[in-house]
Design a protein around this ligand. Structure first.
Ligand code: IPT
Length: 955
């Protein structure tokens, strides 16, 4: 398999225009320079001859086999999408947006249910993930932690690590032994997918924002182990704090490529128009390596429950234009990791509860339900440019042309070898919404010009001068470049500007060329070798330029919107352009036919610029005609409508408090590895007894005196968690769980609840049973690397029966360590979860009562899907209950815990049901936890369609 991949890679590079000596897009050929690329670590000696590729870097960029690479990558969390086929879907969408890379965290806790036990199968098959990225032509920055943060439970640490002695994220022996074992299992998988061995892993990111309480020996040991495990690509790190605090650029533990994370507009989505002061320009941390924007904000967590729509607005196209372009020109970075390209779902017990709820949509360019947004279009505009215009891989700061009006700010970089100039224009205050039109006095490589520019509102442009665009010479343009390809001896270029704004483009010829305006209103003039085109951006204008001593050029002048309808796809005959479909996934030239995989969301045109005469989409031949632009034009059908079944015929099953006799463990420990000590002994922390996920039941038995007045409890659940209390089967009530205590107790009373003992309930001399259900909403992260957050307990923290000194004997029962293919973080410790009620099948279900009592009740229904074939339909489950009742619902689809509905406690009402988890026949099961009587059960819910595309088959 791998050998075939290598042959294809070699073939592709032989066929690439760069190898043939022409200047071509994508494959930026590094020109030999005085500085010369610094050679990275040696390639693996075990690699067969011919498969070796070399990854090197210098102060400008990474290079592969001496060819410079601008790494334009987006972050993707495979663990937030439990379906191998959907990994491919999302990675195809990421690739189609113009990304040439993905940044991948690996989640230790997701793979390891217990010390020494690892699962790399099914939805945990990261070997397949890396193979998929490679097949799609995506470079990978592998980010194995061991600590990853990522708003996931424990920041990626397995919860069992909370009981291991020794500070996490340090060189302490206890922690070291634990993480070494994990990395010794993971590193070899990553290693065999490195570029140096014919795969696509191009860099390896150790640790994550390791900035406070640092231990240099640990950083050094992580890198030594990576090398020992066969990692030979450059090692990087992501600093949290704009390069401040520990950034690992020098000294013990330093990495080769220290990068910087930057979230310049932060995480408060409540006022999405409000941008703070942050410049968001990535700092250079080493002179001998490229500038690396390791995590650059591409969405936001919803810290204040504004909903992800607001986060998508906060980080929308205006923000992307202004900040991404300012950063590219301000910093000269050539390595980018946009966080997130696709956020996904923190299904099961994946959320880190203090910062997120189930959805990790992130307001990203691709929504949780895998739909493409306006942000996706902006990524495409910028990503196509960044991966097309090769001189961007090597630039130095350059004198900027002076705007006639100081209300426009200009900043420039240029490529020292080609002379190509890149000029950023925007408002000096990036938040300004003024509309300013002015001129630049621009000394380009091809002469001095007055270039009209306009900045209307929150906008930024990167204008290019002195660029060999295929076989053409671009002198300058006030339009931006989307991309260009060479097709059958012609150049096809797409330029764009905002709808209604004027644009001008100047191209150089040795004699007057013939200009034909095929579409739109474009004025052409020729003088002294310069062909000047003037136009107003509107729709899609088309100009055919021929003669003048150069190959013919089809110039397509679009708006932001019409430019975004183009797709650039690589084939072994070079890149081709497709226009009109909602998505184009892949293309292949087979003889005289273009075989296209594309999605449509409505009926409409499809146009291709490719060296072919015929077109096939999704296995069907499309009737096409040749256009004056030299393209083929045809029509494609839209999707068929989706009909969804109603959710009816609910069945019910009660889970009485403390039900089930097996699985209880005596809780009598008197010590804990956590720096947070309990209020009273024994230690009741659920992790100490091997119960790490979801709810935990406690049973405390004591001999009553009859004088008991109050039960005082403390429980730590994580944010939005609750606990419920019964005494001798009588419900006493519930309380909100705490989020944390402290090593020196400044917060000694977390999650306190006081419950009055009903008069006459307890009889002197009789055994009494206190039963408590404590939710565990997920584990804290370890950002501060000092154990005080990460090793926060879950479960009961203290229990006192006031009015009695009788000893309480405790038992605890929680989750099983693993739930089959659904893994260690799917099921918690409800009796129903332990008994498999969340799985399809089984008996014992009856008619629902008119109201559910406080406590745990299970509901179930089945539904059959009859979705149109050859379509990609994304479904969700919508909670229509608007009463703000405080019940919570664990949602299981065919056994998979797809999230937790939190009544009035979180803004999330739609839950995405991943296509890979759905089948034709489906079981939908709810575990409802109600803190009060719940008339009518969990309330109205229904299936909703979140997206519907005809996919053209192939998936
Ligand atoms: C940075 C983390 O590296 C990343 O894992 C994730 O948590 C992200 O932020 C926020 O979503 S932490 C940085 C904001 C201090």
């Amino acid at each position: 398999m791998r050998a075939v991949g290598v042959v294809l890679v070699l073939l592709a590079s032989l066929l690439s225009p760069a190898a043939a000596g022409a200047t071509g897009p994508v494959t930026a050929k590094a020109t030999a320079t005085a500085t010369g690329p610094v050679t990275g670590p040696a390639t693996s000696p075990a690699t067969p001859e011919g498969a070796r590729h070399e990854v090197t870097y210098d102060r400008y960029s990474l290079s592969v086999d001496g060819e410079r690479v601008l790494l334009w990558s987006g972050e993707f969390h495979y663990f937030r999408l439990p379906s191998q086929e959907l990994w491919r879907d999302v990675l195809e969408k990421i690739r189609a947006a113009g990304f040439n890379g993905v940044s991948l965290y690996f989640h230790w806790g997701y793979h390891s249910p217990a010390p020494g036990s690892y699962d790399f199968t099914g939805v945990r098959d990261v070997d397949l993930l890396l193979r998929t990225a490679d097949e799609l032509g995506l470079y990978v920055v592998a980010r194995p932690g061991p600590y990853i943060n990522a708003e996931t439970s424990g920041g990626g640490f397995p919860a069992w690590l909370k009981t291991v002695a020794g500070r996490a994220r340090s060189s302490d022996p206890g922690y070291t032994a634990a993480y070494r074992d994990w990395l010794d299992h993971l590193n070899p998988i990553i290693a065999r997918h490195q570029v140096t061995r014919g795969g696509s892993v191009i860099a390896y990111n150790v640790e994550n924002e390791y900035a406070v309480n640092v231990d240099a020996a640990y950083m050094e040991q992580l890198q030594q182990q990576a090398r020992a495990d066969g990692i030979d690509v450059p090692i990087a790190h992501n600093n949290c704090c704009n390069g401040d605090l520990a950034n690992w650029s020098s000294g013990r533990g330093a990495v080769q490529i220290p990068g910087v994370d930057d979230y310049p507009v932060g995480f408060d989505c409540r006022a999405p128009d409000t941008w703070g002061q942050s410049e968001g320009v990535t700092r250079r941390l080493r002179d001998d390596g490229p500038v690396y924007a390791a995590e650059y904000q591409a969405g936001a967590i919803d810290l204040h429950d504004a909903g992800y729509g607001a986060c998508r607005e906060l980080t929308g196209p205006d923000f992307m234009k202004v900040f991404y372009k300012s950063n590219a020109i301000g910093s000269g970075a050539t390595m980018f990791g946009y966080y997130m390209a696709y956020g996904g779902t923190s299904w099961g017990w994946l959320p880190q509860p203090n910062d997120v709820y189930t959805s990790y949509d992130y307001g990203a360019a691709i929504t949780e339900s895998r739909q493409l947004t306006a942000k996706y279009d902006e990524f495409k505009r910028q990503g196509y440019f960044a991966t097309t215009v090769a001189p961007l891989t090597k630039t130095d700061p350059a004198p900027a042309p002076v705007p006639a009006d100081p209300a426009v700010f200009a900043q420039a970089r240029s490529n020292p070898d080609t002379g190509t100039q890149f000029v950023l224009v925007r408002h000096p205050d990036r938040r300004s919404t003024a509309d300013v039109a002015t001129e630049l006095d621009w000394s380009t490589p091809d002469g001095r010009y007055r270039v009209p520019v306009r900045v209307n509102g929150r906008d930024a442009k990167v204008l290019v001068a002195g660029y060999d665009l295929g076989g053409q010479r671009l002198v300058w343009s006030s339009s931006e470049i989307l991309t260009h390809v060479g097709v059958s001896g012609r150049d096809v270029a797409v330029l764009y500007g905002r709808d209604g704004e004027r644009g001008s483009t100047v191209l150089r010829y040795s004699s007057a060329p013939t200009v034909r305006v095929l579409d739109g209103a474009v004025r052409a003039s020729y003088a002294d070798g310069d062909l000047r085109l003037d136009y107003t951006h509107s729709g899609l204008a088309r100009v055919l330029v021929s003669g003048g001593g150069r190959p013919p050029l089809v110039l397509l002048l679009g708006t932001d919107e019409t430019a975004a309808r183009f797709w650039r796809l690589d084939t072994d005959q070079g890149p081709v352009l497709v226009r009109g479909t909602a998505l184009a996934r892949s293309a292949a030239v087979v003889g005289d036919r273009l075989v296209l995989r594309a999605d449509t969301d409505r009926a409409g045109e499809v146009e291709v610029f490719a060296p072919v005469r015929r077109l096939g989409v999704g296995g069907r031949t499309v009737h096409v005609r040749r256009t004056p632009s030299g393209s083929l034009l045809g029509a494609l059908p839209g999707p068929e409508p989706v009909r969804l079944p109603g959710l009816t015929d609910w069945r019910h099953r009660a889970e009485p408090p403390g039900a089930g006799e097996t699985g209880w463990v005596t809780a009598d420990r008197t010590t804990t590895a956590s720096p947070i000590k309990p209020k009273a002994l024994p230690v009741l922390y659920s992790d100490e007894y091997g119960f790490h996920q979801g709810s935990v039941w406690y049973r405390g038995r004591f001999t009553a005196t009859g004088a008991e007045r109050t039960i005082s409890l403390n429980a730590i659940t994580g944010r939005r968690g609750v606990y419920l209390v019964w005494l001798d089967g009588r419900y006493l009530g519930s309380a909100a769980g705490g989020t944390e205590s402290d090593a020196e107790p400044v917060n000694p009373d977390p999650g306190r609840g006081d419950f009055a003992v009903p008069e006459g309930l307890l009889v002197a001399g009789r055994r009494a049973t206190l039963t408590v259900l404590v939710e565990n909403m997920g584990h804290n992260d370890d950002w501060t690397a000092d154990d005080t957050r990460f090793k926060q307990p879950r479960g009961l923290f203290g229990a006192v029966v006031r009015g009695s000194t009788a000893p309480i004997s405790w038992q605890v029962r929680g989750s099983r360590p693993n739930d089959g293919e659904r893994g260690p973080m799917n099921a918690g410790g409800l009796h129903g979860e332990r008994a498999g009620w969340h799985l399809p099948g089984g008996t014992g279900w009856g008619r629902p009562p008119s109201a559910a009592p406080p406590g745990v009740s299970w509901y179930r229904t089945a539904f059959r899907l009859d979705l149109p074939r050859g379509h990609d339909v994304s479904l969700g489950l919508r909670f229509d209950d608007t009463t703000q009742r405080s019940h919570r619902v664990l949602i299981f689809v065919n056994g998979w815990n797809v999230g937790q509905y939190l009544g009035g406690a979180s803004p999330q009402r739609d839950f995405v049901l991943p296509a890979g988890v759905l089948a034709e026949h489906n079981a939908l099961t709810f575990a409802v936890i109600a803190t009060e009587r719940l008339p009518g059960g969990p309330g109205p819910v229904r299936l909703v369609t979140l997206g519907n595309h005809r996919t053209g088959g192939g998936r």
